[in-house]
Design a protein around this ligand. Sequence first.
Ligand code: DC
Length: 222
Amino acid sequence: MGFNIAIDGPAGAGKSTIAKKVAKKLGYIYVDTGAMYRAMALFLLREGVDPENTEVVNEKCKEADITIRYEKEEQVVYLNGENVNAFLRTEQVGNMASVTSANSNVRKKLVELQQKLAANADVVMDGRDIGTCVLPDAEVKVYLTASSKVRAQRRYDELTAKGEVCDIAVIEKDIIERDHQDMTREISPLKQAEDAVLVDSSDMTIEEVVETIMKMTVTGEI
Ligand code: DC
């Protein structure tokens, strides 16, 4: 078993930015589990699957072969042999992923892949159920959150930097809706693990959050 750091929290809390930086400082592998759920959602979107139809999602998801490779220190997600990284970070795929990630077969398949990755390497893994389900024995567990207003602003900045035209009010509404879906679903809902440390990044800089997690990892202090 490698040394495992689990970072969970709602959409837009800064998990991936923070996890990537911590992984780099420690020389660990960063595992973005949201990207795996997004790749599955992309597959189901392309197949024209109705995400509310549990039976069809249960069956169709078996046809998606999702694998991860590390190329130039970046996580690359392959969907049936195709590098799909460029298609994963749209609002459409994110919204689909929020619905289809509630499916039990989808979760079973992706959790297995995540546990395999963590078994053989030191990882910083981010997601929604890492501390509670995927890596219950992780050495460090963080529940990273921020107010929905701050998270919407961050997502807005990220999208406009990529040249996308978007409306911050719509983004905040989507974030609140996605939080609700992720926190109230039946299987592995988003929640703080009992032994996770709560970090609210609303008024913290990225570096302050990174330092907080580094301190927890290196000294075991909270
Ligand atoms: O972190 P993200 O926005 O890339 O995640 C996309 C969706 O995938 C999110 O709405 C919830 C789901 N997800 C999940 O259910 N479990 C995880 N470990 C990671 C993501």
